[in-house]
Design a protein around this ligand. Structure first.
Ligand code: GTP
Ligand code: SPV
Ligand code: MN
Length: 639
């Protein structure tokens, strides 16, 4: 029985009458009964949440310009955001320093049986493929947190569509939140309000309940205007009832519930049942100099280059890249066995540091208007600043850091938080693909897996077949980044870039991926890439960014069936001279970029083997174990 779908004990005055129309409400709702516009099932959901959370007001969002402007003004008035007058309709939010990234340790999948949610780890091993909670424990956790949590606040009803409104591949959610920042961000990240309720009718939707976790008038632990409750933060998902309950954090993936919670965790469980894939992948279109266009999807862990690749400015003449999405792909085989992908999102929630006119001019153009920046630094003239903009932003008039303190270059501490982000409408991207809102999705020719691997892993290699490709995804590892609460540059396992986002047992997820081989007529080829290999002196061996088109060029030629590859122990590598290097100012050290050190690879295979045995155990499909055995035999020969 779900927390929000069970019969809540009704109070005497009835749930709707708790919704007092307050004259001072910052946003006026035209109807005396703000819930009158809601379909019956949505209304019931809202009423139960109102009974539980006891907000002072309820506001049903229509997604209009006027509504958004009023929300922004209201947040500005209380000091939650400030305008950035250097740009058009851009805003800066500073969060509580205790609420700056996703909190994986407090993120749970709730199922009757633990094994539905997570594999059973080996004896004495702590499972790291997600956290499970029982329905009973969830009831208790909710009872400990949500009752009365919205007192003094407004509960916003946010109807949203993941995917273009009305597309057969799209899904609808309703997020109830007490954070106006979440509302304004959801308006950018999803198709919000407008026709969503009409399209939903009496259909089913994903129920999302979010609270910053503190009634008014309390501010956050640090006293700034970012209410949150880190000690009680909980992000729970109930796949069976398609419910998400998020408490205590107002930041990113913890609170914009359409993104990781819905589109990946709940999404992956829906996808499994319906026979498709919900993945942490960018989608891009690439046209070669002959005018032939293909689409590629790529999974890299958080803060490892998806946004950058999705907006790549090719350095090779005649190539053109267009962006369909930068974070999430929903993909399914159509009736002809072609894998088709949609981007369920409507905006980019991108990493700010490192973004500049040299690395990603497209992103810089995208965020010049209608963008909410979070935890970046600010220049005296009302512009943004972060690490990576040293060469293009004049800081001489002064910079305020992400915590609102004066900052000077060379002070040691970063001006912007390493996980500071921009939230910008995808439609503003100057290279948005003409097909990005196509109802049937774009056909995917290649899938890339990759990560930050300073050592041992070549720039690019191709899987021998689908099953081997599934091993490449399962064996993904990457240096930890600031996108989550991990510390230091430790190399972590992040299978399919989904470790923080699986909605069900990773072993079953692998079986699901393997089963796709039967659905596809023209299966995409699978590759592994690594832009981050370093020389012994610690320099990146590959220039990256716009030059990554050289790798895509090779990938596309492989897709077309060109024999431009040589067999190696780990997969197909570019044949001698096949990787285009013409026009590069400096010839990269290909020997180091593509070397396969025997000791490294034997250690890698053992490490991956141990990980899969310890973490996935009996749920590991035989085919994956078999692929790993084959790899073990091949790398035994390496010098
Ligand atoms: P999430 O939004 O967290 O899922 O991350 P993402 O995968 O979209 O990450 P993003 O593209 O924002 O990349 C984050 C960091 O990777 C930035 O600091 C970039 O500068 C760096 N980066 C991206 N591409 C390259 C590259 O080709 N080479 C190098 N050296 N760094 C890169
Ligand atoms: C990620 O961490 O992969 C993100 C940012 O894309 S968040 O939405 O916060 O999860
Ligand atoms: Mn992401």
């Amino acid at each position: 029985m779900g927390v929000l779908t069970q019969n809540m004990p009704h109070r005497d005055d009835g749930p709707t009458r708790l919704v007092r129309p307050v004259p001072a409400a910052p946003i006026q709702q035209s109807s005396a009964d703000p819930l009158a516009v809601l379909p019956a099932k949505v209304r019931q959901f809202v009423e139960r949440a109102v009974t539980l959370c006891q907000p002072d007001r309820v506001h049903v969002c229509d997604g209009s310009e006027a509504e958004n402007a009023a929300l922004l003004r209201q947040m500005q008035a209380v000091g939650m955001i400030e305008p950035l007058p250097k740009y058009d309709n851009c805003w800066l939010a500073r969060t509580d320093p205790a609420d700056v990234a996703r909190v994986e340790s407090k993120t749970f999948i709730v199922t009757e049986q633990k094994r539905e949610a997570v594999p059973i780890p080996g004896k004495g091993v702590r499972g790291t493929l997600g956290n499970w909670m029982s329905p009973e424990d969830l009831e208790e956790a909710v009872a400990d947190r949500f009752p009365g949590c919205m007192r003094g606040r407004t509960l916003y009803v946010v109807p949203f569509s993941m995917g273009p409104v009305g597309s057969p591949l799209s899904k609808i959610g309703i997020e109830l939140t007490d954070s106006p920042y979440v509302v304004a961000s959801m308006r950018i990240m999803t198709r919000m309000g407008g026709k969503v309720l009409e399209t939903l009718g009496d259909g089913d939707f994903v129920k999302c309940l979010h609270s910053v976790g503190l009634p008014e008038p309390v501010t956050g632990p640090s006293g700034i205007r970012w209410p949150c409750n880190p000690a009680k933060t909980l992000i729970a998902h109930v796949p069976e009832r398609r419910e998400i309950l998020s408490f205590g954090s107002g930041y990113g993936g913890n609170s914009l519930l359409g993104k990781k919670c819905f589109a990946l965790r709940i999404g992956s469980t829906i996808a499994r049942r319906e026979g498709w894939l919900a993945e942490h992948m960018l989608i891009l279109g690439i046209t070669n100099p002959a005018g032939h266009k293909r689409y590629i999807a790529a999974a890299f862990p958080s803060a490892c280059g998806k946004t950058n690749l999705a907006m790549l400015q090719p350095s090779l003449p005649g190539y053109k890249v267009e962006c369909v999405g930068d974070d999430i792909a929903w993909m399914r085989f159509d009736k002809n066995g072609v894998l088709r992908a949609i981007n369920p999102e409507n905006g980019f929630f991108g990493v700010a540091p490192g973004t500049s006119s040299t690395t990603n001019p497209v992103a810089m153009a995208t965020v010049a208007s209608n963008t909410i920046f979070t935890n970046v630094a600010r220049t005296a003239d009302g512009g943004v600043y972060w690490e990576g903009l040293e060469k293009e932003v004049d800081t001489s008039a002064g910079v305020t850091d992400w915590q609102g303190r004066p900052w000077t270059p060379g002070s040691g501490a970063p001006s912007a938080h390493p996980n500071s982000r921009f939230c910008a409408p995808a439609g503003q991207c100057p290279i948005i693909d003409p097909q990005w809102e196509s109802a049937e999705g774009v056909p995917i020719s290649a899938i890339l897996f990759g990560g930050r691997r300073p050592e041992g892993v070549p720039l690019v290699y191709e899987a021998f077949n689908w099953e081997h490709g599934v091993l490449l995804g399962a064996a993904m590892r990457s240096e930890a980044t600031a996108a989550a609460e991990h510390k230091g540059k430790v190399i972590m396992h992040d299978p399919f870039a989904m470790r923080p986002f699986f909605g069900y047992n990773f072993g079953h997820y692998l079986s699901h991926w393997l089963s796709m081989e039967q659905r596809g007529q023209r299966l995409p080829k699978i590759f592994h890439i690594n832009w981050f290999r370093k020389s012994p002196s610690g320099q990146f061996l590959w220039p990256g960014f716009g030059e990554n088109v050289r790798v895509l060029d090779w990938v596309l030629r492989r897709v077309e069936g060109e024999p431009c590859a040589r067999r190696s122990a780990v997969g197909w590598l570019p044949a001698e001279g096949a990787l285009r290097l013409d026009g590069l100012p400096q010839r990269p050290d290909l020997e180091q970029l593509f070397s396969l050190p025997g000791d490294f690879w034997r250690r890698e295979v053992e490490e991956v083997g141990r990980y899969l045995a310890d973490q996935v155990g009996d749920d590991l499909p035989n085919q994956v174990a078999h692929q790993l055995d084959e790899l073990r035999q091949r790398v035994a020969e390496l010098e």
